[in-house]
Design a protein around this ligand. Structure first.
Ligand code: FMN
Length: 186
């Protein structure tokens, strides 16, 4: 697939099957992330890869977060939280590792750079014929989840990238006209 087609046709895939991306595919995906634009070369990105038992551990953390937020939560809701990560054979959490007092690169720019890394990973996954979907849900902002994943006080969890083999077809791409989004000062 040529680069422009990939950029114009990237599309999420929520239905994802085993196997997880293999080692070579993951290397290519991470290398795409590491080319994110990066002001002052802070490399403000960290990746936590979950597969196999790791997905269950992430699910336990989601359930722990739910319980912490509502000690009266019922078992069905806790089990639903536990199962969330099992929607794919692999999840990669993308963390913005924030340097808080950087004079030239405010935290927002560092988070944006991590977002670009996540986008690069989506594009790389699609180029490799894999399916991928960027999710956050409320868990990405939950203090119990962030602490359980070892995030620092200022860090942000910008993405849970769900990855795997395509389990269905891409939905039709929306028709969007650049003219609706662009203002020109000539
Ligand atoms: C920061 C961010 C967080 C997102 N979180 C979720 C999410 O939690 N659940 C979800 O269904 N979609 C989420 N999305 C949207 C999907 O990843 C996807 O972009 C959307 O469904 C549109 O599909 P498309 O990527 O094929 O255009 C998120 C997107 C971004 C950029």
């Amino acid at each position: 697939m040529d680069a422009m087609t990939l950029l114009h046709e990237r599309s999420s895939m929520g239905k994802l099957c085993s196997p997880a991306p293999d080692a070579d595919q993951l290397d290519a995906i991470y290398r795409a992330a590491l080319r994110a634009p990066d002001h002052k070369e802070l490399t403000p990105w960290r990746f936590i890869e979950f597969s196999g038992e790791g997905l269950n551990r992430l699910g336990e953390l989601f359930a722990e977060a739910e319980f912490h937020n509502n000690p009266h939560i019922d078992d069905a809701a806790l089990n639903a939280a536990r199962k969330k990560p099992l929607r794919a054979p692999m999840i990669i959490a993308v963390v913005a590792k924030i340097t808080p007092d950087q004079p030239k690169v405010p935290p927002l720019e560092q988070s944006l750079s991590a977002g670009c890394a996540a986008h690069g990973m989506l594009l790389a996954a699609q180029a490799l014929g894999l399916g991928a979907m960027w999710r956050t849900g409320h868990y990405a902002f939950d203090p119990t989840v962030k602490k359980g994943l070892g995030l620092g006080e200022h860090d942000e969890l910008v993405a849970f990238l769900y990855l795997g083999q395509m389990g269905g077809r891409h939905k039709p791409l929306p028709e969007r006209d650049p003219a609706d989004f662009v203002e020109r000062w000539n």
